[in-house]
Design a binder for this molecule. Structure first.
Ligand code: H79
Length: 435
């Protein structure tokens, strides 16, 4: 009985968050839909496609004329997926500390990784992989309680009804018949993905080639939300998305947008390229990740599996080290807000949701101490996150007659330093008060 009342109460509460627009489409308020994303902090991007066969740029290699279209498409013959282990992918993603993954269901080249009925250009019909590669991953991600993100490029340089083909050649300028056919196809594929996988997150790309009106962006948004009212959509839908997606660029100051995600490669390529050994070290990735956290954003870190479905060792190593670090420092990472503005502490920082705990990210060797300024609160306690050691501190420049914040010097013995980035938890006497 108690349980029944609880369930009833809960359903009523949840209903409170839903309302209807124009009397048909159920919509959950954005803040509610974005909640898990805001707390997730880390996602893994997966660029997997036929471009991994030769190890060349995804789609852009033929668009920019570095390889002919026909030779690019010959890669289909080498796309085997014979060592693809979706359960191992999902558990590695889980181990990294990521809360969601985003897989390329179709890049600008138009090659679908799922069993689309709307085009022959898919790995089921046209490659030795001969099966839907998205479906088993979606299943394994869900089994690991990870949110499912689907990347889908709106543009399709392979489709004969699409105006753009390569940088050097366009199919047509204006042809409403062809464009209408393309729109039907485009919306049809989104509908398939929506029904087959019910993504939690949609990661559109390529929207810059057409206007919102041409894509019929409001319709796409509506279609997605009517299938899954709690879905979230990235910004690349010509103004009809939910969150910003800076690509390969860490914002220097806190962005104006409340919700954002830095998408970034581990080396210099999105897909697998055997010739690209320019891997960022785990330490560098953790520094960049902390930069995102500090400014209130997520990091969507990309991996590029090989054509056979194996993941390069360097990428596995990064995800595993990241996993150790995120696990040790989870209280400073998940469910926190962006931290101090620039100038208060020389390093990244985050803040607990109730603003009473400040997390200071200490880069490198602080040589015994760090300085915190402009914080008017008294400090109740400082400890090393994931280690527990209590630290001592001293306040200077705080004469009895001054109302200003003093300077806190926090002592950090070498023994508590983390191999990558040490984090200090500062328990304040109340909500953070900045000078
Ligand atoms: O999948 C990866 C890239 O292939 C894809 N997004 C990530 C996740 C991507 N496609 N395009 N871009 C990223 C950026 C493209 C920028 C440009 Fe342009 C397109 C530069 C020149 C053409 C649009 C038109 C922006 C500037 C001019």
């Amino acid at each position: 009985m108690k349980k029944l009342i609880f369930v009833l109460l809960f359903s009523l509460l949840s209903l409170g968050f839903t309302f209807k627009t124009s009397g048909q489409e159920p919509v959950i308020q954005k803040e509610k839909r974005m909640e898990w994303f805001k707390d997730a902090r880390l996602g893994i991007f997966i660029h997997w496609g036929i471009y991994s066969v030769n190890g060349i740029d995804e789609s852009w290699s033929f668009y920019n004329g570095y390889i002919s279209y026909d030779d690019y498409m010959k890669q289909l013959n080498g796309f085997t997926a014979q060592a693809y282990k979706p359960e191992a992918w999902a558990s590695l993603i889980k181990e990294s500390g990521a809360k969601y993954a985003v897989i390329t269901s179709k890049h600008h080249d138009g090659v679908a990784l799922w069993d689309t009925k709307l085009s022959d250009l898919n790995v089921v019909n046209k490659s030795p992989a001969s099966r839907d590669l998205v479906a088993p991953l979606v299943k394994e991600l869900r089994r690991n309680s990870l949110k499912v993100g689907i990347y889908y490029s709106l543009l399709d340089w392979s489709n004969s009804d699409y105006p753009n083909f390569t940088k050097a050649s366009k199919r047509y300028e204006n042809d409403s018949l062809k464009w209408d056919r393309f729109t039907a196809f485009n919306h049809g594929q989104i509908g398939e993905l929506s029904k087959n996988f019910r993504p939690d997150l949609w990661w559109f790309d390529g929207d810059w080639e057409q206007s919102a009106e041409k894509w019929k962006a409001p319709e796409i948004r509506k279609m997605i939300l009517s299938e899954n009212p709690s879905a979230i959509i990235n910004s690349r839908l010509q103004g009809y998305g939910d969150y910003a997606t800076p690509e390969q660029g860490l914002p220097s100051v806190k962005p104006a947008e409340k919700y954002w995600e830095l998408c970034m490669t581990i080396n210099d390529s999105w897909g697998y390229q055997q010739n690209d050994k320019d891997f960022k070290s785990p330490g560098q990735i953790i520094k960049i990740f902390s930069g995102c956290l500090s400014k209130g954003g997520n990091m969507l870190l990309d991996i590029g599996p090989r054509a056979d479905g194996s993941i390069p060792d360097e990428e596995i190593a990064v995800l595993k080290t990241l996993g150790k670090w995120t696990k040790k420092h989870s209280e400073a990472v998940y469910g926190t807000e962006g931290g101090l503005p620039a100038g208060y502490f020389y390093g990244p920082s985050t803040l607990s949701k109730d603003s009473t705990m400040l997390y200071l990210f200490v880069q490198g060797d602080p040589k015994g101490e760090v300085m915190l300024q402009g914080v008017k609160n008294k400090i109740n306690r400082i400890y090393v996150v994931g280690n527990g050691t209590k630290l001592t501190w001293k306040e200077y420049l705080k004469p009895y007659w001054s109302n200003n914040a003093g300077l806190y010097f926090i002592n950090i013995p070498d023994a508590v330093l983390d191999d990558n980035m040490t984090v200090l938890a500062v328990i304040l006497d109340g909500k953070l008060k900045l000078q």
